[in-house]
Design a protein around this ligand. Structure first.
Ligand SMILES: [Zn+2]
Length: 138
């Protein structure tokens, strides 16, 4: 299993840094974020060090998101919440601060004041959509 000497998540996974674990198996660890956006904010990460989402084996993507779904279901039942965000920041441009792939589960309550994805006011033109579609499809 790949482990990175200087990676903070690898240190948590190795037990060098203590964490509040909510789930663990041989491949995946879920633990409470120590800078929570809301109570129960959880990090779900593969134990094997991979930098980015696109580096994760497809079968492991399935396993990780199965755990994410189970935890989200648990939190809905147990935490008196109204919803949750599932968030992956990939690469620094998208706000990824720890270069070890991970998924955030952020429990939400109505009007909790936490950031919310807003639909931009500017609607794309058909030509703009066609242009990006060409790039994706090429
Ligand atoms: Zn790591």
């Amino acid at each position: 299993m790949a482990s990175n000497e200087n990676c903070i998540f690898c240190k948590i996974i190795r037990g060098d840094i203590p964490s509040k674990k909510v789930f663990e198996n041989d491949k995946i660890l879920a633990f409470l974020d120590i800078f929570p956006m809301s109570p129960g904010h959880t990090i779900v990460a593969p134990k094997s060090h991979v930098n980015y989402f696109e580096d994760v084996e497809k079968t492991e993507v399935c396993e990780i998101f199965n755990i994410v779904q189970d935890l989200a279901n648990d939190y809905l039942k147990k935490l008196n919440i109204d919803g949750y965000n599932i968030l992956v920041n990939s690469h620094s441009a998208a706000g990824q601060e720890i270069q070890h792939f991970h998924v955030h589960i952020i429990p939400r309550k109505m009007a909790d004041g936490i950031i919310r994805h807003k639909i931009p006011k500017n609607q794309a033109t058909s030509e703009e959509l066609e242009q990006i579609l060409k790039e994706i499809s090429s």
